[in-house]
Design a protein around this ligand. Structure first.
Ligand code: ZN
Ligand code: ZN
Length: 129
């Protein structure tokens, strides 16, 4: 069996809540050393794009939400779902705590349903997966 090395955090890791899906994005000091204002971070969970606007070390870090990169299932083209687009999109109630926004592909005009899980940030009990 492999000897598992104990994980020690020597570097400060910055945790950012994704403004779209509330997934916690962890940025190590190494990650941050490579980031400059104007660089774009993409959320692993919902593919939201965020532009780095400040990266001065420590807590001095700011992001601005750009949009969610989405691939149209009908034509295969990528497009950004922005906050403006979502604000204009009709929202459907999905099963459970899922809300569905219907956006239109700018390329082929297909209607695409985007699901957002309405997670209660913080309060949810940890469930082993
Ligand atoms: Zn996200
Ligand atoms: Zn399309």
């Amino acid at each position: 069996m492999t000897d598992s090395t104990p994980y020690t955090t020597l570097m400060a890791t910055l945790e950012i809540d994704c403004p779209v899906c509330a997934e916690v994005l962890e940025l190590t000091e190494e990650d941050r050393a490579e980031l400059r204002p104007g660089d774009v971070i993409v959320c692993d969970s919902c593919h939201a794009e965020m532009e780095v606007t400040r990266n001065g070390g420590g807590e001095d870090f700011e992001l601005e939400l750009l949009g969610i990169l989405t691939v149209c299932p009908a034509c295969g083209e990528e497009f950004d779902v922005t906050e403006d687009l979502l604000a204009a999109a009709p929202t459907l109630e999905g099963p459970g705590d899922v809300s569905v926004s219907v956006v239109t592909c700018p390329h082929c005009r297909a209607r695409i349903e985007l699901e957002f899980e309405d997670d209660d940030p913080g309060g949810a009990p940890a469930s082993p997966s």
